[in-house]
Design a binder for this molecule. Structure first.
Ligand code: CDP
Length: 248
């Protein structure tokens, strides 16, 4: 996020963005659920040029045992960026950035998980970023949400994430890499199916009225993502549901 790049052109003469999107359009998303056989649940997700893979394990006995909680499951979320995922090599291992993203993403899921039903257990969510192009934390959350469903972990509903931001003085949805690099603000959120916001972060500057506009837009973005997640679940599990109906 840098505001001194005023020479960057973000919109063409038709008001379309550098990747031909309208200001309120999200990047295309592709989803494949159940891609790993060792994990209890998994999901591969592409969002624009972002590529992430999520794996979920549990609920299973928490190890090391000192991490166990007597009255509920411990939820662990690890966001990790592969060194080959960015233009300059990302330094392997945890960083301040990845620790922060892991923490806020875990908190984004806590309200929808029934941790109190699994004392001493762990629910582990791992997300690997294979290719990064701005918006990896939101892509990771969307993939993790579906991997949790694939693992059969009961949830109050899905979590959907998206970002809005300000580029060239305009509020837009789902920033791509040049917009993230040279734009004025980035506002990622995560939202439950019933509209509760479970993650909100902001980088850059927005006036109060721009913030309101961005919040409205980004919640619309989350609802679009939710529809895509639901369609991916239907595609994956519709045949299972059909089989169940035949058995009745
Ligand atoms: O990816 P997200 O937008 O959630 O997080 P960010 O910290 O705003 O990073 C924006 C983008 O910067 C990432 O998606 C990567 O494309 C890039 N980045 C990078 O090239 N090297 C890093 N060590 C971290 C981020």
């Amino acid at each position: 996020m840098s505001s001194n790049q005023t020479d960057v052109v973000f919109f063409d003469e038709n008001g379309l963005r550098t990747d031909q999107r309208k200001p309120d359009e999200i990047r295309p998303m592709k989803i494949k659920i159940g891609v790993l056989s060792r994990a209890n649940g998994s999901c591969y997700l592409e969002w624009g040029a972002n590529k992430v893979i999520a794996a979920v394990y549990g609920p299973r006995e928490a190890h090391p045992r000192r991490m166990q909680l007597a009255n509920k499951a411990v939820i662990r979320y690890r966001y990790n960026m592969q060194s080959f995922s960015v233009e300059d090599r990302a330094r392997p291992g945890p960083s301040r950035r990845s620790s922060e993203i892991s923490k806020v993403s875990r908190e984004a899921f806590e309200p929808v998980l029934f941790a109190e039903d699994y004392p001493k257990a762990a629910i582990d969510i791992f997300v690997e970023v294979l290719q990064a192009d701005a918006g990896t934390r939101t892509a990771a959350i969307n993939a993790a949400s579906l991997a949790l469903v694939d693992a059969g972990i009961p949830m109050r509903g899905l979590v959907s994430a998206c970002a809005a931001g300000k580029v060239g003085g305009k509020i837009v949805l789902d920033l791509n890499k040049p917009e993230d690099n040279y734009g004025e603000a980035d506002l990622p959120i995560a939202m439950t199916e019933d509209g509760k916001i479970t993650l909100i972060q902001m980088d850059g500057h927005l006036t109060p009225s721009e913030f309101e506009e961005a919040m409205e837009l980004v919640q619309k973005g989350c609802r679009q993502v939710l529809e895509i997640q639901k369609a991916a679940l239907l595609e994956k599990f519709a045949s299972v549901m059909d089989d169940d109906e035949e058995e009745i």
